[in-house]
Ligand binder design. Sequence first.
Ligand code: ADP
Length: 452
Amino acid sequence: MIKPKEKIKKGQTMQYQLTVRFISLLVVAVVVLSTAITTMTIVSIYESTKDQTKLLLTSLRKSEATSEKEWQELLNTHIPNDNSPNFIRVVLESGEIVYSEEAQELYNEFPAFKQLIVTKRIVWDQLEPYYYKTIVVDRATISVLVELEDNFEIIGQIVSFTIILTLIVIILGGVLTYRFAEKISRSLNRMNREIMALSKNDSHQSWLTEPLRPIEVANISKSFNQLISAQRTSVKREKQFVIDASHELRTPLTAIRGHVNLIKRRGQEHPEVIPKSIDYLDKESKRMEVLVEQLLTVGRQERGSKLIDLSKLVDETIVEFQLVHPRRLVSKVEQGITLIGIQEQFYQIIRNLVENALKYSEEGEEVTVTLMSDKTTITLIVVDTGIGISNKDKSLVFDRFYRADQSRSSLIKGSGIGLSIVHTLVEQYEGAITISDNQPKGSIFKVTLPLT
Ligand code: ADP
């Protein structure tokens, strides 16, 4: 994250990078395009000049002129005025030379002309380009120089037009891209500012604003808000947990300290109090041990997930309870049900439910444990015929340390933590737990877990 005072380097901003990249792309595209257009124009001008020259030479070759006079007349008819781009020289066998209009001066300078390396047909003098061709006919050598200046002017115009067009496109495109990129980064910058305010616990900022567009930023903001919400719930739960846990632990601790003080003060004079107090200390410390062990189960991470044979685990737990409560448990376990998770956590779920069912019913009453599955769900049902749970308490028994009035007033021992642990674990596996009344009496606990 960017610290408030840390300066953002302009060159690293998305806005700047996007603009630079777009302009570079544009320049490359326009340069390639204009080079292609210019090359094509040059080639087509060259080809058309070549064809025209060929035609001219063919017609001169076909003439039957032999003498200087005849050639001069011929040239005059072919090159009628001084606007023509063609300059012809005919060297006769006799050594006499005939020029078309204004051609002599040009041919006098011809030895100083430069030639293009790519094609020898293009020559130039003082930046004036010409197409050059010479042929030998019967008793004469004919040379033609075609002025290309006008054509090159067209090419020059095309080049300068493309340069101007490129500049316009770059300036316009640059400004538009810069604006567009600014629009995108504006929402990101605002998001950053809001996250800063959130991290500083600014009271004005409790959530990120979720813009409608761009969708990407809207999605990030939405996910971030969900994260904050989840974190807040978890922090709230943790706080409540610490308050509840310390409260629950304080009661036995105060009692333990009371008995320790009693032994200290009166132990020597009245040794008969010692065994009673030690008995109490033993019981209370055991209760604390169980409480702490249960609390730690929920805090454990999801490390060590593996494939568990749930049917086997339920069977084993039933056998474990049958040792202490013979003939009270009825098993209806479908075999071969497996799922991925932490064995110890599933053991906690089954054990807490079965233990409660036995605890909150009479000695002779049966508890039925059913495990079954269909294609999508695993269902665990624990049914007892015990004291039942009132409708008011059904929604509260999953709260940490909550005990229904009946069980508080009756002398059934418990800490009120078991069902809250079951609930947390079932939720952790994205399952659900419900309580309903058994007829004529008792409770039905139903856990459904999605098959993974
Ligand atoms: P504990 O049993 O240690 O009190 P639990 O969290 O396991 O704590 O249960 C919370 C409360 O829900 C119990 O105190 C009891 O009032 C009620 N309860 C749980 N299971 C049953 C049951 N099978 N029948 C009747 N009441 C139950």
